[in-house]
Write a new protein. Structure first.
Length: 336
């Protein structure tokens, strides 16, 4: 049975696998990135950057992600000139970006691995785009963190305020709701791991977060199910088969990315727990903002606490909106 130490190792492996971007070539290989979407009912195409059923849904995934303009890419230095690591973060105030602590502090010693001024936050649909907003960092705020996954949350303070994008709010979640994953990481086919030349574009997927009581309730889990294969719930898996052609999981390069219900952040991607990263059967974990409430509020990020019924109702409306949106996109493609 996995332990909290195993989870820490999984997170560290997930991090070390992370993105190296060679800026001199700006290849679309953020050597790791994006939300990997489930290859439901699909004929696999290695060149595809998102694991979904068809090109209609591929474009829908990118368009769906555009509903989350506050989500951006975070580039951090590796120590090698011209190379960067990639994480994902979300604007939660005009000057603060919510992300994962391990993006800045791999050792969990409460010391940032580099100066904030060497970090860059990029807002837009593509971290390579010439129209992407690029804002430098001015400070890195870490919680009292010792590498434990429940506290793998951090804030990047920007050198200037972002005035043209509305920040997202954070909240608590009971789990079990349909949620959206948004990120910039690499894709794959669900069976052979990550593929190069597939990252850098913001994409969105859906899944159902849940708790595993043996691990406590300090973070939410997300299970990446394989189409047509019953999920027996071994390990920390949810025991529920795939339910959407847009079901997905977070992949390397997505660390720090938000798990969203409606327009509220309920988790921040920390890493993977089960199986190899991004393959079917992978379970990822999301530390919960409400378990880090004191840290967040000390920096002016205040949680929204909605009644459970209202939160569930809002999530249901969001799921209906996604279904309606994807249907319209599919019809539009057929008409075109």
């Amino acid at each position: 049975m996995s332990t909290s130490a195993d989870l820490q190792q999984a997170r560290d492996d997930h991090t070390r696998a992370y993105v190296r971007v060679t800026s001199s070539r700006w290849l679309r290989r953020l050597s790791r990135c994006v939300v990997g979407l489930a290859a439901a009912f699909l004929a696999v195409s290695p060149a595809r950057s998102v694991i979904i059923a068809d090109n209609q849904l591929l474009s829908s995934s990118v368009a769906f992600a555009s509903r989350f303009p506050a989500v951006g890419g975070i580039l951090t230095p590796t120590g090698n000139a011209g190379d960067f690591n990639l994480c994902t973060g979300t604007l939660v105030t005009p000057k603060l970006v919510l992300t994962a602590a391990h993006c800045f502090d791999a050792a969990g010693d409460n010391l940032a691995d580099f100066q904030a001024s060497s970090v860059e936050f990029r807002l837009g649909s593509d971290v390579f785009s010439g129209t992407t907003q690029k804002i430098g960092g001015s400070a890195i705020h870490l919680p009292t963190w010792d590498g434990r996954n429940a506290f793998d949350i951090a804030l990047l303070e920007l050198a200037r305020s972002v005035t043209n994008i509305t920040p997202m709010r954070v909240t608590a979640s009971p789990g079990g709701n349909t949620a959206t994953l948004v990120g910039f990481g690499l894709g794959g086919d669900g069976t052979t791991g990550l593929q190069n030349d597939t990252g850098g574009v913001k994409r969105a997927a859906v899944n159902r977060p849940y708790f595993d009581l043996s691990l406590g309730k300090s973070f939410l889990l997300v299970d990446f199910d394989q189409p047509g294969v019953p999920d027996l719930g071994s390990g920390y898996r949810d025991g529920v088969d795939i339910y959407s052609r847009l079901e997905g999981t977070g992949c390397p390069g997505d660390s720090g990315s938000p798990l969203v219900t409606g327009d509220l952040i309920i988790g921040v991607l920390g890493g993977s727990v089960v199986q190899s990263v991004c393959n079917f059967g992978t379970v990822t974990f999301y530390p919960r903002p409400d378990w880090n409430r004191a840290f967040l509020e000390s920096h002016g990020v205040f949680l929204v606490f909605e009644p459970a019924a209202l939160a569930l109702f809002g999530t249901g409306l969001g799921a209906l909106g996604v279904a309606s949106f994807l249907t319209r996109r599919s019809l539009d493609h057929r008409r075109g």
